[in-house]
Write a protein that binds this ligand. Structure first.
Ligand code: FAD
Length: 326
């Protein structure tokens, strides 16, 4: 009995690519499950895993890293990727399958669960008990925690961003890299990313992977009033995210929207300025490690849910913050 974790790569940036922070969190979470250790499966990478990935696996106590270097799998195809994960399950004999609570993790794991006709728990934050396995997961965008049982031969769950902090294993390993070969049918590749284009003005994935997001809502007051938020995001090495009202009014493009119908973000810091904190917005930002609200209304839901709040006009607070940061 062991745990298999679907790991994802970080967004492409400078230098050698490594596993994402969410992957490291999920591997850390996996070590809380019983059994003979943790294995990982990495899909979509052509060529052997690089030294950085292997070092991260070593540090996380991964025993086997299953990879498929099939060129057909380089572009994301949820069902085809699920076939590889399933092959990793067969070889490892794992009784638990975990992945990050990301769009990819949730979709691929749901396919694997469907293949095995077992339930899947998305966005788990906590293991309540091990035998029989019961977990707590975020629902309604994190506004509600639900406890569910995951009994049976195979337990499938995605782990919500920041459910645990990534930590090295007390027992580092020398992971074995094992190729898994799968026979794909055309049906496995029907839904596949055919091409991707960089969005005008920068990296499409900047918001979802940002460690700092400066959120801006209707309280900003107009399309021409974003300068301070943009400057602060740049100063903190982060991205600007907005509410749906802001995109609906045409003040900012849709790819910056956070929420149920936008991006789900898990930054270390979410500075939510002039955002009321409606449940549909909260659905996209509740996994942030720390939320600071800046709002004129001390009873706004975002203020009551945030860890810290500044009650004031964002057009005074943000310039003051920028001055302070220098
Ligand atoms: C099906 C559906 C899906 C949706 N999906 C999303 C989604 O993905 N993302 C999303 O964001 N919303 C979504 N919504 C909309 C959501 O319900 C809210 O309407 C929206 O989030 C509100 O945006 P807001 O907080 O910017 O505006 P408001 O609710 O108008 O809040 C503005 C806030 O700014 C404060 N404020 C005003 N002036 C200042 C100032 N000078 N300084 C500081 N604070 C100030 C006010 O006190 C207020 O709290 C969805 C709705 C539906 C029905």
């Amino acid at each position: 009995m062991s745990v298999l974790v679907l790991v994802e790569m970080e967004d492409p940036g400078q230098g050698e690519a490594g596993l994402s922070v969410v992957a490291e969190e999920t591997l850390t979470f996996a070590r809380g499950l019983p059994g003979e250790g943790v294995h990982a499966v990495l899909v979509g990478q052509v060529g052997q895993p690089g030294e950085r990935v292997l070092a991260q696996c070593r540090e996380q106590g991964v025993r086997t890293l299953f990879v498929s270097t099939d060129a057909q799998l380089e572009r994301y195809a949820a069902l085809a990727w699920a076939r590889v994960v399933d092959a990793g399950l067969q070889v490892s004999g794992a009784a638990y399958l975990l992945g990050g609570g990301t769009p990819c993790g949730n979709e691929v794991l749901a396919h694997v669960a469907a293949i095995h006709d077992v339930p899947m728990a998305a966005n788990v934050v906590h293991i309540v008990q091990l035998d029989p396995l019961e977990v707590e997961r975020q629902v309604v965008g994190g506004a509600v925690l639900e406890r569910i049982g995951l009994g049976g031969q195979l337990a499938v769950a995605s782990v919500a961003g920041h459910a645990v902090a990534p930590a090295p294993s007390a027992e580092p390993t020398q992971p074995t890299v094992e190729q898994v070969a799968v026979e794909l049918t055309p049906a496995d590749l029907v839904a596949q990313v055919r091409r991707s284009e960089a969005r005008e003005g920068g990296d499409t994935s900047a918001l979802a992977g940002a460690s700092v997001v400066v959120g801006v809502g209707r309280g900003v007051g107009g399309a021409d009033r974003f300068a301070a938020a943009e400057a602060l995001a740049e100063r903190l090495g982060g991205s600007v995210g907005v509410s749906r009202v802001v995109t609906s009014l045409g003040w900012r493009p849709h790819h910056e929207q956070v929420g149920q119908t936008g991006s789900r973000i898990s930054p270390d810091l979410y500075l939510a300025c002039g955002i009321s904190g409606a449940i549909q917005h909260w659905a996209g930002c509740s996994s942030s490690r720390t939320i600071i609200a800046v709002n004129t209304d001390e009873e706004a839901p975002m203020v009551t849910k945030a860890r810290y709040a500044v009650i004031g006009d964002m057009h005074e607070v943000l310039p003051a913050l920028l001055d302070e940061l220098g």
